[in-house]
Ligand binder design. Structure first.
Ligand SMILES: NC(=O)c1ccc[n+]([C@@H]2O[C@H](COP(=O)([O-])OP(=O)(O)OC[C@H]3O[C@@H](n4cnc5c(N)ncnc54)[C@H](O)[C@@H]3O)[C@@H](O)[C@H]2O)c1
Ligand SMILES: CC(=O)[C@H](C)O
Length: 273
């Protein structure tokens, strides 16, 4: 049977339009990544916790205004079944699955001597287990769809050098680095690349919280801890979500096809390797 021009066009679109799922995309760095990948031509699943649904819907509208398809998916990334369900929803609604960005994460601001078992359990479930679930869900979906894919996760400067009073957080981000290196080697035979971005001091809700908690601990005025950290950045300004999104765009796109297992510092010049 001969295809009509319309069928050909639909097939062409299905084979060229790519789908990315970004976790923690209701605000901050995740929102920046979702918008950038939409500009790159991806249709986007905006995943976040249920209480972020309104913000997520706003990001969906921003993506649609860029001419791409988008959907909000409610998911707690610490729950394996919710991550798998989010990948399935993205595939069903957007018609494919090519990239996962395991971006969602939390910070905890506490001296090591005060960290509890519950603290560690919580931060590892959200920052580390989530990355494993995201890798598993994406790799299974790429297999099912019979193509390669890209997995990108959020590390941090705290994945390269321990950050004082962010000990549990640093440990969780070191773990993301280890998982990224291991998964890259395991999944390379399938043509799946696994990389991570390591931002420095990004002006989001996370640093508002870190600054506030540090100030409670060390008595410095609000804004002072943030300022001191920004003062140490060689490029002389605080980082924006867009600065981070440019690196994720590279990892999600074809220019990084020969790059895997890497954790790329995007910190304006704080750490050097
Ligand atoms: N802000 C920084 O300076 C900085 C620096 C380095 C790395 N990072 C990392 O970048 C990522 C994004 O940070 P941000 O600054 O945008 O933080 P943010 O707090 O502004 O946003 C985090 C998002 O993740 C979501 N989230 C939290 N727990 C979740 C869960 N269990 N399931 C699903 N979503 C959840 C939140 O609802 C929120 O929308 C994090 O992994 C963070 O560790 C941030
Ligand atoms: C929050 C974060 O990862 C760095 C320490 O700014």
């Amino acid at each position: 049977m001969q295809n009509t021009a319309e069928q050909n066009a639909a097939q062409q679109n299905a084979s060229t339009t790519k789908v990315a799922l970004v976790t923690g995309a209701g605000q901050g760095i995740g929102r920046g990544i979702a918008l950038r990948l939409a500009q790159d031509g991806f249709d986007i699943a905006v995943a976040d916790l249920d209480f972020q649904a309104e913000k997520g819907a706003g990001v969906v509208k921003e993506i649609q205004a860029l001419g791409r398809k988008a959907v909000f998916v409610s998911a707690d990334v610490s729950e394996r079944d919710q991550v798998f369900a989010a990948v399935q929803t993205a595939t069903d609604v957007l018609g494919g699955f090519d990239v996962i960005v395991n971006n969602a994460g939390i910070a905890q601001v506490k001296p090591i001597v005060d960290i509890t078992a519950d603290d560690l359990d919580k931060i590892f479930r959200i920052n580390v287990n989530s990355v494993v679930w995201g890798i598993q869900a994406a790799a299974a979906k790429f297999d099912e769809l019979g193509h390669k894919g890209k997995i990108v996760s959020a590390a941090s400067i705290a994945a390269i050098q321990g950050f004082p009073i962010l000990g549990a957080y640093s440990a969780s981000k070191f773990a993301v680095r280890g998982i990224t290196q291991a998964a890259a080697q395991e999944l390379a035979p399938k043509g799946i690349t696994v990389n991570a971005y390591a931002p420095g001091i990004v002006g989001t809700g996370m640093w508002e919280l870190i600054d506030e908690k540090l100030s409670e601990i060390n008595g410095k005025p609000l804004g002072q801890n943030l300022k001191e950290n920004v003062d140490g950045i060689a490029l002389g300004r605080i980082e924006t979500p867009d600065d981070v999104a440019k690196v994720v765009s590279f990892f999600a796109g074809p220019d990084s096809d020969y790059v895997t297992g890497q954790v790329l510092l995007v910190d304006g010049g704080m750490l050097y390797n």
